[in-house]
Design a binder for this molecule. Structure first.
Ligand SMILES: Cc1ncc(COP(=O)(O)O)c(C=O)c1O
Length: 399
């Protein structure tokens, strides 16, 4: 019998080598208690959270929590069914209505996760003989959606407008074309040139899907994302998003103005063949989304946090993923995995949690300490964070 797990031996060896040095496992941290969107107890110690996707700090919003409790009492703990059978409750419809209002769009379809939203929408839109042109740094759920639909996948160099245009021009005449982009790329926290890319895609007869997972709630005048901020939201055919970041719970969605959109509910396998979200989850999502519509002050504070952390880290001597802060994600580039893991542990010991990100999730084989800011981080906390980066950086020789 061949052991089907032996293909993972190199990864097992790398992991064992790293942990044999006595390092705390960076991929097995337990939050023993979560006190707020920005503070948890880890290993018995108060820890500032700088590695969550809780950009707008909605997880402890009293209205959001109350809505979840009410739905739990009124509708029970789960739907035990697909959206197209017994799994659509009034709460699911209310959530889709909140999304339509938030984006000012005609249609909204809620999935059980953002991963499934990409998997479902991309595979249903583009099938065999269709072409998907995508940024090479696209999220795994986008690639998996392409694989599920069996379309021809044509990647182009990250954020390269000319490369996108060249790829589009090479696609045979008459073929179905979908361009898939992200608003904010989550590893380096950089923003896509959507204005130019959407124009190039449309000029070449392609439909456009933008994943705004890391920009919803924060970027754009109404928090609709990078497409809104760059003035092209009306030219985008499909926006994908998630509830697991700014919305502060779990779930995914697609919004669109396409007149035939509703048929997707019947033909999209990751929507049909899975149970719908619990009513408490969609009720918290709906409340959170409606509150995000009025989040201008929070958005302004989050931008302030992002600018301050970026400038402070740069001043300390760290190499960052972007020259200027472009989103709520600030990536600190580490020279290698060992140093990255040592720095991650030193920060944790100081009382700071960040994400350690490594290939294959990261571009160009980079090891990153990914910091994601929250609108609930206070100015004092940002100061504490910078002091901890300074101490950990000096202790590990990073700066
Ligand atoms: C760009 C992007 N799309 C989709 C997802 C999936 O979201 P979810 O956590 O809801 O499955 C993520 C999550 O990391 C993401 O970064």
């Amino acid at each position: 019998m061949s052991d089907l797990l032996s293909k993972f031996d190199p990864l097992i060896a790398q992991r064992e080598a790293l942990l044999s040095t006595g390092l705390t496992d960076p991929f097995n941290l337990v939050m023993e208690k979560v006190e707020s969107p920005t503070v948890a107890i880890c290993n018995g110690k108060r820890t500032i959270l700088l590695g969550t996707y809780n950009y707008m700090g909605m997880t402890f919003d009293p209205d959001v929590i109350a809505a979840g409790k009410k739905a739990l009492d009124e509708f029970g703990s789960g739907t035990t069914g697909s959206r197209v059978l017994n799994g659509t409750y009034a709460t699911h419809k209310a959530c889709e209505d909140a999304l339509k209002d938030f984006y000012a769009m005609d249609h909204a379809m809620v999935f059980s996760t953002g991963y499934q939203a990409n998997l479902g929408i991309i595979s249903t839109l583009a099938g065999k003989d269709d072409y998907i042109v995508l940024d090479i740094d696209s999220h795994a759920s986008i690639y998996d959606g392409c694989a599920l639909g069996n379309a021809e996948v044509v990647p182009f160099r990250h954020n390269d407008i000319e490369a996108l245009e060249k790829r589009l021009k090479r696609i045979p005449e008459g073929a179905g074309k979908l361009v898939v982009l992200e608003g904010v790329y989550s590893m380096l926290g950089d923003v896509a040139p959507l204005k130019e890319m959407v124009a190039v895609s449309k000029a070449n007869g392609a439909m456009v899907l933008v994943d705004e997972a890391h920009s919803m709630g924060f970027i754009g005048e109404h928090g609709r994302g990078v497409a809104e901020a760059q003035g092209v939201i009306d030219d985008v055919d499909f926006i994908i998003g998630t509830f697991s970041k700014s919305v502060g719970t779990v779930g995914g969605f697609c919004v669109s103005n396409h007149p035939k959109f509703e048929i997707l509910r019947l033909v999209c396998r990751p929507y049909v063949f899975t149970a719908s979200l619990p009513p408490s989850v969609v009720a918290t999502a709906a409340t959170s989304i409606r509150k995000l519509m009025h989040g201008a002050d929070k958005r302004a504070h989050l931008w302030e946090n992002s600018r301050r952390l970026h400038a402070g880290l740069k001043q300390l001597g760290f190499t960052l993923g972007t020259e200027e802060p472009q989103s709520a994600i600030i990536a600190v580039i580490m020279p290698d995995l060992e140093t990255g893991a040592a720095m991650w542990e030193a920060l944790l010991n100081e009382g700071l949690y960040v994400n350690l990100a490594r290939p294959p999730a990261t571009p160009a084989g980079k090891t990153l300490l990914r910091c994601s800011l929250c609108a609930e981080h206070s100015a004092e906390q940002v100061g504490e964070i910078l002091a901890m980066f300074g101490a950990a950086g000096r202790a590990t020789g990073c700066i």
